[in-house]
Design a protein around this ligand. Structure first.
Ligand code: 6AU
Length: 252
C-alpha cells in the first residue's frame, strides 16, 4: 500500500539528537542522501576516496579496522580535515556486539579510539539496552536487519531490536531492509545500480526501490562507488538517483 513519508524538513523539526539534525541539515544543504562506504584497505585509498566523493555525500562510512597501515595521525587527522572541508560526517561501521563494558573499551581504546573522531557508529543491539549506554557522545545506528542472504534478522528479531532502538536515547536510526518507525532514521545498504549480488551473499536493490518501498532516509553505497573507474562520477550518479528517488517517494 502507498503511504506518505515524512520529509527531511519534517524529521528535522521533531528530532532531538544533534547527530540526526546534522545529517538532515547536510542532506538538505547538499541535496544528497548518499553515504559512501569506504571499504578500502590503505590510508591513501581512504583519503583519496574521501577527497573525491566528499562534496557529494552526507557521510563517509568506514571500516577502520581494515586499513592495513592505520596510524591515528596519518589516517584520522587528515580524514577529519577532509570531512570538515567538504562538510560530511564520519560513520564508523564497527557493528559492536558485546556487553556494555567491552563495547566501551572497543569504542574508547586500542589504536582506533573511535570515540575521538566518529560522529556516529553502528551497533548490534543483541547485548541489550544497557550495552548502548557507552555511546553517549555519538549517534548510534542500530543494526535491525541485514542485507545478506540467510541473515538471522527475522521479523521477530527485528521487532525486538526495534524496541531497544526506539527506547534508547543514543540511537538515531537503524540499518534495515524493511520499513522502520518514522521516529528513527533509516539507513539502507545493499544498494547498487549495476549488480543484484556479489556472489558472497550480498543482495542489492536500486535507490528507487529502497525509497519507494522502504521510505529509506539514507542509502549506503560501497562497491558501486569505490570500485568504479571514476568514483566521483559514480558518487554524483548515486547522489542524483537517490535524491530523485527521495523526491518521488514524497509524492503520493
Ligand atoms: O555496497 P557494498 O556491498 O560494497 O557495501 C555495503 C556496505 C559494507 C557492509 O559492511 C555494509 O554496507 N552493510 C551493513 C551496514 C552498513 O551496517 C549492513 C548490512 O546489512 N549490509 C551491508 O552491506 O560496508
Amino acid at each position: 500500500e502507498e503511504e506518505t513519508r515524512s520529509s527531511y524538513e519534517q524529521k528535522l523539526q521533531v528530532t532531538q539528537h544533534s547527530v540526526s539534525k546534522k545529517l538532515l541539515e547536510t542532506a538538505l544543504a547538499k541535496k544528497s542522501n548518499l553515504i559512501a562506504s569506504a571499504d578500502v584497505t590503505t590510508t591513501q585509498e581512504l583519503l583519496e576516496l574521501a577527497e573525491k566523493v566528499g562534496p557529494h555525500i552526507v557521510a563517509l562510512k568506514t571500516h577502520i579496522d581494515i586499513i592495513s597501515d592505520f596510524e591515528y595521525e596519518k589516517t584520522i587527522t587528515p580524514l577529519k580535515a577532509i570531512a570538515a572541508k567538504h562538510q560530511f560526517l564520519l560513520m564508523e561501521d564497527r557493528k559492536f556486539a558485546d556487553i556494555g563494558n567491552t563495547q566501551e573499551l572497543q569504542f574508547t581504546s586500542g589504536v582506533f579510539k573511535i570515540t575521538n573522531w566518529a560522529d556516529f557508529v553502528t551497533s548490534q543491539v543483541i547485548g541489550g539496552f544497557e550495552s548502548l549506554d557507552c555511546f553517549s557522545n555519538v549517534g548510534v545506528v542500530a543494526i535491525v536487519g541485514m542485507s545478506s542472504k540467510g541473515t538471522l534478522t527475522t521479523a521477530s528479531y527485528r521487532e525486538e531490536a526495534l524496541k531497544v532502538a526506539l527506547s534508547h536515547p543514543n540511537v538515531i536510526g537503524g540499518v534495515s531492509q524493511n520499513k522502520i518507525p518514522e521516529e528513527l532514521l533509516l539507513f539502507t545498504p545493499g544498494v547498487n545500480l549495476a549488480d543484484s549480488g556479489d556472489g558472497k551473499g550480498q543482495q542489492y536493490n536500486t535507490p528507487e526501490h529502497v525509497f519507494k518501498t522502504l521510505h529509506t532516509d539514507f542509502i549506503i553505497v560501497g562497491r558501486g562507488i569505490y570500485k568504479s573507474n571514476d568514483p566521483e562520477a559514480s558518487a554524483i550518479t548515486y547522489k542524483t538517483e537517490g535524491w530523485n528517488a527521495y523526491i518521488n517517494s514524497l509524492e503520493k
